[in-house]
Design a protein around this ligand. Structure first.
Ligand SMILES: NC(=O)C1=CN([C@@H]2O[C@H](COP(=O)(O)OP(=O)(O)OC[C@H]3O[C@@H](n4cnc5c(N)ncnc54)[C@H](O)[C@@H]3O)[C@@H](O)[C@H]2O)C=CC1
Ligand SMILES: CC(=O)C(=O)O
Ligand SMILES: [Mg+2]
Length: 438
């Protein structure tokens, strides 16, 4: 099936006579539009209005759909075309809510002053009690400077807010954690570190998100060093965890020893370098990488990986290829070797569509919609927050990856993110390791 990323609601007016809806549906299908929901908005004596959701491959096809409906004539008209995804974002996706009901004066005095004063004193005397009497221990800051938002690049923190709200929604849904987006109006590592440290007392953990390389490495290292709460750059380690899980599943399926496989990483930025480090630390002997940037290749070499000179060479050399460049269509079908594992993880569009990779001979293929750090970060933070751990270690990341792989059904690379078991199992595995370290 081709990608259908353009989803629109088309309000269509037809004369109230049988057969007109069929004509509209045929017109949409004739140019390749795929119909989703149809909602009848109004049936009048003369005309009927219906909101038809149409999925298209691109804007050109959407225009062809609209033209096909308009050209039916006989009183059939397109009234409006609206973007459901945009509409769903109106007012944002998250909201801070009180857990307490405030109906009486007594409630008010408990929630707020004067009752709250004693709670403050209890925490003042023993700061550890903040874990019991505040939401701090269940709240994670989702911090971005907007420099690497998905594969869209440096679009700024405010334009990146829908992604941060999305991560907060996922934290809530899959781990019951309150995620609070923090948008930083600076790209300067010193200022980022200073600001995050300054606001850190209000949080049980810090999730760094969509902070570009190379400054993300310094920012994360310093915050880990200087804070005594868990800090994780999701694009680095969340992605590495899920990638390792997918590759473990592929190797189990193919009966291959991962440690003997040759792994190739295309793009050695935040995600790519962390993936290489994860595979090397897991015991994979040969990890190759390519990047347009020479410094990125030097960083790989410093961790024990082997940079190559071209994408073509990497595709020829490696059994498992992972790409995180943000460049759609970078991997061409003719580059694929028979039986190769291809994980084209860039969002919002992969380096090669999984269907095309499989058609070209890949043994397994997936993109960033399924092999996505949503499978990792909620459970990882649930686990460390439950354990009261001060840091996220490599061992915790490995057990998280193994837990994801163990929840994967035969023939698939990763579990479905809506399967609650996977988040529970990741949290359990991480908490167990974290608990041992306390
Ligand atoms: N599926 C998932 O869970 C995740 C996917 N990603 C995706 O990975 C992509 C990169 O994200 P980050 O690593 O955070 O960005 P980044 O900006 O840190 O890294 C991108 C790297 O790709 C390199 N690159 C660009 N064009 C290239 C080319 N033609 N050949 C070789 N290297 C090239 C750049 O030089 C840079 O080092 C984005 O599209 C993002 O959406 C990132 C995190 C998680
Ligand atoms: C999934 C994610 O974090 C990214 O594409 O940046
Ligand atoms: Mg990201």
């Amino acid at each position: 099936m081709p990608e259908r990323n353009v989803i629109r609601s088309i309000m269509v007016e037809t004369p109230s006579k049988p057969g007109n809806l069929g004509r509209v549906a045929t017109a949409i299908g004739s140019v390749g539009g795929d119909i989703g929901d149809i909602v009848t908005v109004q049936i009048g004596p003369f005309t009927t209005m219906r909101d038809i959701t149409v999925h298209c491959e691109n804007e050109e096809q959407l225009h062809a759909v609209i033209d096909a409906i308009q050209s039916l004539g006989g009183g059939i008209r397109v009234r409006t075309v609206s973007d459901d995804v945009l509409r769903a974002h109106e007012g944002g996706k998250i909201h801070m809510k009180s857990k307490m009901d405030i109906r009486s004066l007594a409630d008010l005095r408990q929630v707020y002053t004067p009752g709250v004063a004693n709670v403050c004193r209890v925490i003042q005397e023993d700061p550890e009690k903040a874990r019991i009497y505040t939401s701090i221990g269940n709240t994670v800051a989702i911090v971005t400077d907007g420099t690497a938002i998905l594969g869209l690049g440096d679009i700024g923190p405010v334009a990146g807010m829908p992604v941060m709200e999305g991560k907060a929604a996922l934290f809530d849904r899959f781990a019951g954690i309150s995620g609070v987006p923090i948008l930083l109006n600076t790209k300067d590592p010193d200022e980022i570190v200073r600001t995050v440290k300054t606001i850190s007392p209000g949080f049980g953990g810090i999730l760094l998100e969509d902070i570009g390389s190379p400054h993300c490495f310094e920012v994360e290292d310093r915050l880990k060093e200087e804070l005594d709460i868990p800090v994780m750059h999701d694009d680095q380690h969340g992605t590495a965890v899920v990638t390792l899980a997918a590759v473990i599943s592929a190797c189990r399926c193919a009966g291959v020893d991962l440690k003997e496989a040759v792994v190739g990483q295309v793009g050695l930025g935040a995600a790519g370098l962390a993936i290489c480090r994860m595979f090397l630390a897991y015991g994979v002997q040969r990890v190759h990488g390519v990047d347009l940037n020479e410094d990125a290749k030097k960083r790989l070499a410093a961790y024990g990986g082997e940079p190559l000179n071209s994408l073509e060479e990497l595709m020829q050399t490696c059994d498992i290829v992972i790409s995180t460049t943000g460049v759609p269509g970078l991997i061409k079908p003719e580059m694929i070797r028979e039986g190769q594992v291809i994980l084209a993880l860039s969002n919002p569009k992969p380096e090669i569509e999984p269907e095309d990779a499989l058609k070209a001979g890949a043994g397994f293929a997936a993109d960033g919609r399924s092999v996505n750090n949503v499978l990792g970060f909620p459970g990882i933070f649930r686990g460390v927050l439950n354990a009261g751990a001060k840091r996220i270690t490599h061992e915790m990341l490995v057990v998280a990856a193994e837990a994801i792989a163990d929840c994967t059904r035969d023939g698939e690379l990763v579990p479905h993110p809506l399967n609650p078991k996977v988040h529970r199992e990741v949290a359990r595995a991480v908490e167990e390791v974290a608990g041992r370290g306390l």
